[in-house]
Write a protein that binds this ligand. Structure first.
Ligand code: DAH
Length: 340
């Protein structure tokens, strides 16, 4: 048996010297130390020896196996350390290399204005409602107190999709959807795209509005004034003033147009405000009783405030853009200026 162990030891020495990787370790273990390995096989041979010799032979084999196991373990640790070091070396980042250029986008000015307004209104307890871009005649006009023969329809050149189906000409039909589905009292703003067959330096066939609607008891024009003053100060500067001018919309009574003190000259008068010191930014008013009635609510019980503002127009004023087409030409040299 001694001879056998010696011969095997020589083979083990050679084999261990050959092992260079985790794979090699696995092979070595299977060949010598595993359940079917040569060292394990020695144990099975013990039965061939006389009984009294067996304890001595057993000891010999055990100490041989222990020493091989210890060497195997040491080698295993060394290889693991080497493989880890090699992995780290291969994964090293060359920090002197110039970085790959990434192009950063910018938020479109109209979206900046939309986000800012939503933020201000959410702060005042409003919900944001998206509405729909394709409307029927009832929601876009009739329910808003603008029946078919009403002259106010002529002001809004409508894109029709089918008879009585159109791209919405304003966000006001959102008011009807809210009145039909929400339980009063409520406060909502509705930003979104609107469409009119119109195209010049101050008009594009598609543009953006934000509609506001508050339904509660005993609302008055004073409440609207407070609301819109907060809006103007948040949108422009804390010094911005607002003024109401009487106006007409079929869906509000009384109706107002709201001006802000010119953000360019501060109210002194300049080219932007055409020397008046004021710039119109939106329309609004107290919701017409007929609109509330049309939606099945009692106008003696519930009152409403509404307003609608052009997001593109506010963006143009705020950022000094003099032609609305600049917002939609996709010219990167313009958009780049809005990178944060
Ligand atoms: N819908 C109107 C427009 O597009 C704007 C407007 C005016 C909305 C008065 C309102 C309002 O809610 O009360 O010209």
């Amino acid at each position: 048996m001694k001879e056998k162990i010696k011969a095997l030891e020589a083979r083990v020495d050679e084999a261990l010297a050959e092992v260079k990787s985790g794979e090699g370790l696995k092979d070595f273990f299977a060949k010598y130390l595993g359940r079917t390995g040569s060292i394990t096989a020695l144990m099975k041979e013990m039965g061939n020896y006389p009984k009294e010799e067996r304890p001595i032979i057993g000891k010999l084999i055990n100490s041989f196996r222990d020493s091989v196991q210890a060497r195997f373990k040491a080698l295993e640790e060394r290889i693991a350390a080497e493989e880890l070091a090699a992995k780290y070396a291969s994964e090293q980042v060359d920090i002197t290399m110039p970085a790959r250029r990434t192009t950063r986008g910018a938020i479109h000015p109209t979206n900046l204005v939309r986000a800012k307004l939503c933020e201000v209104f959410i702060g005042m307890g409003f919900k944001v409602y998206e509405g729909r871009e394709v409307e029927d005649d009832y929601h876009n006009f009739t329910a808003l107190n603008t029946p078919k023969d009403h002259p106010a329809r002529d002001k809004q050149d409508t894109f029709y999709i089918a008879e009585d189906v159109m791209l919405r000409t304003h966000t006001s039909p959102g008011q009807i959807h809210c009145l039909e589905t929400m339980k009063p009292p409520f406060k909502v703003v509705m930003p979104g795209r609107v469409f009119r067959c119109d195209d010049d330096a101050t008009h594009t066939p598609m543009f953006h509005q934000i509609e506001g609607l508050v339904i509660d008891k005993n609302l008055s024009l004073c409440d609207l004034q407070g609301l819109l003053d907060t809006l103007a100060k948040a949108m422009f500067t804390p010094e911005t003033k607002t003024r109401f001018r009487p106006s007409y919309f079929p869906f509000t009574e009384p109706s107002v147009e709201v001006d802000v003190s010119c953000c360019e000259c501060g109210g002194v008068g300049c080219r932007l405000c055409k020397g008046t010191g004021w710039i119109e930014i939106l329309g609004g008013g107290v919701v017409n009783r007929r609109v509330i009635e049309n939606c099945g609510l009692n106008p003696d019980e519930w009152s409403g405030l509404a307003f609608g503002a052009g997001l593109d127009r506010i963006a143009m004023l705020k950022y000094g853009i003099n032609n609305i087409h600049i917002l939609y030409d996709g010219d990167q040299s313009i958009l780049r200026q809005f990178r944060k």
